[in-house]
Design a protein around this ligand. Sequence first.
Ligand SMILES: [Zn+2]
Length: 456
Amino acid sequence: MMENSFYNFKYSPPESKFGGSLKALRGEVLSFVKDPFLYGESESVVHYKDGMVVIKDGKVEAVGDYADIAGSIPMVENIETFDDAVIMPGFIDCHLHYVQSPMIASAGDTLLAWLDQYTFPTEAKFRNKEFADEVARIFFRQLLMNGTTTANIFATTFPESVDAIFEESERYNARTICGKVLQDRNLPDNLKDKTAEGSVIESERLLKKWHSRGRQLYSVVPRFAPTSSRLQLKLAGELFQKYKGEGVYMHTHLNEAENEIEWVRQLYPEAANYTDVYASNGLLGERSVFAHCCLMKEEEWQMLHDHGCGIAHCPSSNLFLGDGQFKYWEAKDASRPCKVGIGTDVGGGTDFSVFRQLGDAYKVAMLHDRYLSGLRSLYMATLGGAEVLGLEDKIGSISPGYEADIAVVDLKPTEFIEWRLRFTDDIFSKLFVLQTMGVGMCVNATYVAGNKVYSK
Ligand SMILES: [Zn+2]
């Protein structure tokens, strides 16, 4: 395979999986400690203009003003300094399909027609492990060069597709969530599970192989209600219930497009609503993640709130496919707030950059006369995503004890942006320029569990 000489990737050294000796990053540091939709913005954010992050054994040992930290921890020998950059928690992508990387940016038609025309034929190729390995390798590099350190990923039907992505994640020692996709009806034979029982047995086998192996985590993944038989959804719910206490996830799509919702109504006429189809099969829980949630009824928000479910807001995908639009003010209603993170939804989404999604999230809100601040959207891209994944005590923030997954955002990604930012002092206004001007690869370096795995 062709090597890209412009960028540098490095697998984590096997002898020091957790980052090795004491080291530090110096520069402007920005992180979150609370949800700014629910608390005041100033108490939600941590910002050091000249800051330092000390890393030990893959975890954050200390963070603060450089002057304070340098005085209190004098033994750091290895200090990397970043000028014109912001040291942030690694971005968290709450929903995407690595198996759609070969067909991202395919033009035309509605969600359901797009699946038939492009997605299903592409996913059918992942029976071949060599192909899956190639895509996993390219895909993971896209994550890292965009500063994404944790992703909640759809594979497809075949176990080869699950093994390929976990193997690649393991080489970087990244915290990744994935699972075999369960789909036994309403899709081509070459992609369909042969039986509901067999598919769930296979999913449990992969769960036992991968869940909590290093930093890898497993999810039970029915694609969406229309592509699972009633029996498969029931068995998927039983599998999730059996293992959710061990931190296993459930990941699926919900209320993305009008024609999808109408199809669900026809297939499950007895259900009170789309969310109820999943709820009645035991698929709602604190580690259930639902992509989209664009066209929700009030009682559905309440169900997601009551069960502590997470939502992946995927604005670029919703715009590209002309689906519904996510309404953050409904999701974050103070009377029953839901956890919301960002999903690129590659390949319905058109960019691997979580940053780029924030620009689209802003525009989607504006279409409804709502303002989404840069501060709030950056929270969704980091700590908000960690909350969606139930990992808010481990990732999504640069705080002592957290896993040192870090993105160094480049404030000079292009000549124009460097010049434009001379007219802006506030850090959130600067980052808003980056998210709005569509600069994808705006990351200087990415650290995973304290190891630098990517640098520009
Ligand atoms: Zn999706």
